[in-house]
Design a protein around this ligand. Structure first.
Ligand code: MN
Length: 261
């Protein structure tokens, strides 16, 4: 199987190397990833400057690797639209340094790289390690290979990707795998106000993760308990339950506005 690997921590991050080299033991792997860290860039695209892709030779066993001066979504779009000669069978993004659970996915470049794959019609997986220390990536890489092989024999519903979070523990201590829903990942949104040398104020975002009692079947609780969490997510953000109620709102402006003649 041809697998496109990307991430948002940049091509030189340890997580992508362990992931790509593990997948390359069984598959044809192409790595196309940002040339620097692009965490929390969400699904941003670069429209106002040229994108440059430069080949690198830092991965064992992969077919081809290059870094791009763009965002994670740029990398996947460019890879599929211009760089790769054939469509990949799968897009796998990660392994991210730090979890992407609950509301994190709205900001995550890791998830957006996989989501771009999904938008382009390719089965995709996002993988994140629930730690900001570079530990136990091999647990995630091992699982990525297993999940990719399983996904190759299955079909995902349209617009859907798999969001995986790995507890930061050695593989032999992982309790198992839980299929979960997104929890609510809360942060203390603290901005530190400082003063620069010219007396002007500036701000540093210094949000920290909050301990939060979430529901039992969420990604957050599963990972906290030592399970690998797999959440099916989709990019159709329509609230179908509410859609019909909204139709009853009085928002028709045609009969409200007097047309001046
Ligand atoms: Mn990241």
């Amino acid at each position: 199987m041809r697998i496109l690997v990307s991430n948002d921590d940049g091509i030189f991050a340890p997580g992508i190397k362990i992931l790509a080299e593990k997948l390359a033991t069984e598959h044809e792997v192409y790595v196309i990833a940002p040339d620097r860290e692009r965490s929390a860039n969400g699904h941003a695209l670069t429209l106002n400057k040229p994108l440059r892709a430069e080949e690198v030779n830092i991965f064992d066993g992969v077919k081809f690797a290059c870094h791009v001066n763009g965002t994670p979504a740029d990398c996947v779009k460019l890879a599929i639209g211009a760089i790769l000669e054939e469509m990949p069978d799968m897009v796998i993004s990660g392994i991210n340094r730090g979890q992407n659970m609950g509301t994190d996915i709205m900001y995550s470049g890791t998830v957006s790289a996989a989501m771009e794959g999904t938008i382009l019609g390719i089965p995709s997986i996002a993988l994140s390690l629930a730690s900001f220390s570079d530990v136990h990536y091999e647990t995630g890489a091992e699982f990525a290979l297993k999940l990719a092989n399983e996904l190759a024999t299955k079909e995902l519903p349209s617009k859907t990707l798999l969001n995986v979070n790995i507890p930061a523990i050695p593989a032999d201590q992982v309790k198992g795998v839980k299929i979960t829903k997104l929890g609510v990942h809360k942060y203390t949104d603290i901005f530190e106000k400082r003063t620069d040398l010219r007396g002007k104020h500036y701000y540093w975002f210094a949000g920290e993760s909050l301990e939060y009692q979430d529901e039992e079947d969420t990604d957050i609780v599963a990972v906290k308990k030592g399970y690998i969490s797999v959440t099916p997510i989709h990019y159709d953000l329509t609230n179908y339950e509410f859609l019909n109620d909204l139709k009853n709102w009085d928002v028709n402006i045609k009969d409200k506005i007097e047309v001046k003649k």
